[in-house]
Design a protein around this ligand. Structure first.
Ligand code: TXA
Ligand code: MG
Length: 345
């Protein structure tokens, strides 16, 4: 699928400018009619298609180069839209919905038969979330259909947190994009399977395990399954993700990073370091990127993917990244960094 051009609608985050609502209505109509359109959510930009239209959903897989056995998240704007999509809403799922929707939490349910088969990649379960972004909500509402939307990046690349990331990856491969500025949370939603007892977190994200356990009690966390031979519980777990072009290594000791930088430079490599405000003056690398401050790890989450893409822009050969504590949002940050570094730790 290729387009002469990808249409770009610029709107205000709160749709406050004259003409914003008309632009959203047009984008929503394109989705309703079977086109794929990228739009911002509070986590990352998504690539949306009508979840009831098999041909439309296939266009998502083609544009992203996404393996067809990796299912998509269905986005809704109202809780009442769940009824048609799932067999039942378990009690714990209901409590999570009341606590965290709209917001960065994706819940897996037993599915009904309505959605297009490729949305769920043949599974008997369906992942659903209600995004907390005025633009996403308005598009879904105006499309008047559930909207299947993975992150709007080429498969394997870091998820897009700015419209320019989407354009770099997908220009000419998708019908349109709604640009409402950078997203806020920066990492994708938490994915939790409520068909299991206790529920299982497949992907740590915008809502922390601690916050979830405060609402429904103990949950399990699936291990990263990439290096395992066994079938992963969530298909997305087995694919390399979030990877910049350069080889990325996680190193917890800054002194060790300084040594590694010196050695790599001697070997003639272009070297990058991913650090924070606290560490940015320590390193004599070619490209030093600060992705936030350790006093507020949400700042790191917000700019992590943009930081990883920065190394691509400078064409670095090797990246040494500092590590972060595994609690709270730190767990989601480390999960993404570990995937980006896959097999190189
Ligand atoms: O924040 C987000 O969740 C963003 C925005 C756009 O909403 N979306 C997103 O979608 O990150 P995607 O496709 O990049 O990631 C969806 C993840 C994948 O790892 C997929 O395997 C998993 O959810 N998933 C989807 N349906 C599933 C199911 N029925 N069972 C298990 N895992 C599922
Ligand atoms: Mg993704």
């Amino acid at each position: 699928m290729s387009y002469k051009q990808t249409t770009c609608w610029h709107v205000d985050h709160f749709l406050g400018k004259d003409g914003d609502v008309e632009k959203i209505k047009e984008a929503a109509l394109w989705i309703r009619r079977g086109e794929v359109v990228a739009f911002p959510t509070e986590t990352v930009y998504g690539l949306g298609a009508n979840a009831l239209d098999e041909e439309a959903v296939k266009k998502i897989f083609i544009a992203k180069g996404r393996p067809s056995d990796n299912p998509l998240i269905v986005h809704i704007a109202k809780e009442s839209a769940l009824t048609d999509l799932v067999e039942r809403v378990p009690e714990k799922a209901k409590r999570l919905i009341d606590a965290f929707w709209p917001g960065p939490l994706t819940i897996i349910f037993k599915k009904s038969t309505r959605v297009a088969p490729s949305v769920t990649a043949g599974l008997d379960t369906i992942a659903i979330r209600m995004p907390d972004h005025p633009v996403a909500q308005k598009i879904i509402e105006e499309a008047r259909v559930p909207v299947a939307a993975p992150s709007a990046n080429v498969s394997g690349k870091p998820s897009p947190t700015k419209a320019t990331h989407v354009i770099n990856d997908l220009n000419g491969k998708i019908a349109g994009i709604v640009d409402a500025g950078p997203t806020g949370v920066g990492l994708e939603s938490t994915v939790i399977d409520c068909t299991k007892e206790p529920p299982v977190i497949y992907r740590p994200g915008g809502v922390t395990k601690e916050a979830i356990e405060a609402v429904i009690g103990k949950v399990d966390v699936a291990r990263n399954a990439e290096n395992d031979e066994e079938t992963p519980l969530s298909p997305g777990m087995k694919y390399t993700h979030y990877a910049p072009d350069g080889a990325l290594y996680l190193v917890s000791d800054p002194t060790k990073i300084e040594q590694l930088v010196r050695t790599a430079k001697k070997d003639g490599k272009k070297v990058g370091v991913l650090t924070t405000e606290e560490g940015k003056r320590l390193y004599d690398a070619d490209v030093v990127v600060s992705c936030g401050t350790r006093t507020d790890l949400q700042t790191v989450a917000t700019s992590l993917y943009d930081s990883l893409r920065t190394f691509d822009r400078y064409g670095v050969d090797v990246i040494y990244a500092e590590t972060f504590p595994q609690e709270g949002v730190g767990a989601a940050i480390m999960n993404r960094l570990e995937k980006a570094a896959l097999g190189k730790m």
